[in-house]
Design a protein around this ligand. Structure first.
Ligand SMILES: [Zn+2]
Length: 131
């Protein structure tokens, strides 16, 4: 079944990312990691991984970053880690930010506010497509 096959692909990607949750992967690195993983028989194409990653970013399962070579990198998002969600108020598209500035905001709230954040902060805005 198509849907079952897609689930297996997505789970292979999540397996690689969650096993190395402290590491950011490019699509190419994810493809290589899947190929070298003996328990995974799926031979991924980069375009398939791109598609899977965009779904995982949308659902908030992974963080998308840009590295120094201007390549996208993906990191498994542990929901216990503090992070900021930026959400487009028109189309609902979400992106996560895990830069140091988030930590500073969280610390600031912790120290100087009567309302403490649980580390899950949401910012709304309007994305490129909706602008
Ligand atoms: Zn939008």
């Amino acid at each position: 079944m198509m849907s079952g096959y897609k689930t297996i692909q997505r789970e292979s990607v999540l397996h690689i990312l969650s096993k190395n949750a402290d590491k950011a992967f490019t699509v190419k690195e994810i493809a290589e990691a899947i190929k070298s993983e003996a328990s995974i028989t799926w031979n991924p194409s980069e375009s398939t991984i791109y598609r899977i990653m965009s779904g995982l970013v949308q659902s908030g399962t992974v963080l998308k970053k840009v590295n120094n070579n201007r390549e996208y990198q993906y990191v498994f998002l542990n929901n216990n880690d503090p992070h900021i969600t930026v959400r487009c108020k028109i189309c609902g598209k979400i992106q996560h930010i895990d830069e140091k500035v988030c930590q500073e905001i969280i610390e600031e709230l912790k120290n100087n506010s009567c309302i403490q954040t649980d580390g899950n902060i949401e910012v709304t805005g309007i994305c490129d497509k909706c602008r």
